[in-house]
Design a binder for this molecule. Sequence first.
Ligand code: SF4
Length: 401
Amino acid sequence: MSKKKSNLSRRNFLKVTGFTGVGAIIAPFDQSAKASEEEQTMPSRPFGKSGIKLPILSFGGSLNTSMSPLLLRQAAKWGVTYWDTAHSYMGGKSEKGIGKYFTKFPEDRKNIFVVTKSHAWTLAGMTKDLNDSLERMQTDFIDLFFVHSVSDISELDDDTRLWAEKAKAAGKIRLFGFSSHSNMASCLLGASKLGWIDGIMMTYNYRLMHTDRMKRAVDACAKAGIGLTAMKTQGGGQVKTNTETEFELAGRFIEKGYTDAQAKLKAVWENPNIANICSEMPNMTILMANVAAAMNKTKLSAQDMNLLHQYAQETHSDYCAGCTEICESSIHGQVPIGDVMRCLMYSRSYGDRNHAIALFRDIPEKVRAKIASLDYSSAEKRCPQKMAIGNLMRDSLKELG
Ligand code: SF4
């Protein structure tokens, strides 16, 4: 799929969307880039040492894709040809929707790089999930298969390596790796030493990219030839206008002709070692905005980057950095603080209450029952983001329980 690029003139871009509104999204970019009629192409980057080049924007499919065939079709036309899903997304409806799409447009399969994930805790479970995914998506192979949500590299052992080699030899997967929402830097550093991880999708954004440890982890993976996909790149919700910095930030990007959401994507693409960004794009407006940001060649200035960094520092206590090895060890791992914080983020920052509730209910009931009674004071003392963990944990019961 890597060889085929999507060529899209601005005129065609407007035509294929069928929305006059798209002009408003890309026109300001064009003014600054002086490229109003130039041919625009979805940029691509090499994915580690796989020899495959992938678009810098990928379609995050944690939605019922059966309901959005036009969105998938349009994404493919605009060059968003890396589609990410998981066995668990929407109880299988995400993968089934992609399967329906491939049944309708079989010629597109060769152009789409399909990624899925298994949350099974056993190798037999992973085999079952993989076979389910192949059947659901009406395909003979998965381009990249992830173990879902790894928080410690020791979760992947030599048996996992053998499983991956066997699945590759059987032609069921082309590449193997994992996704990570917790302890990302440790997981990346650990993976860089293994020698058999092809790709990783990890939480990475303008808030997390500045720590020395994360910088070292990304560099180590690049040296090891591991392809990196960044997710959760918005680092919480939209920039508000409650403080001076927020006001300045929101205004600055609007003046330049793009939104803070587009600026946050650009901040991640600044690092050439990040192959692509996986973004959930549940509607045409967000798809258009993200495609416009990807195709636009304007770079963020050093001042823009500094302002984003300053904003991240000023709002640190609103954002859980996923360093669960710090806080969960303080409460002897009795409850998954990082998972609960993620549920709150989906609900409060992204306004996706249904998804938040579904994820919250995935936490076993007897574990949830402990949330209210635990003392989180030592976890709060150690939290680098200085989050009010105790209050937030109790809030989660009221809001999502
Ligand atoms: S609550 Fe704090 S220590 Fe725990 S994962 Fe989030 S940021 Fe890290």
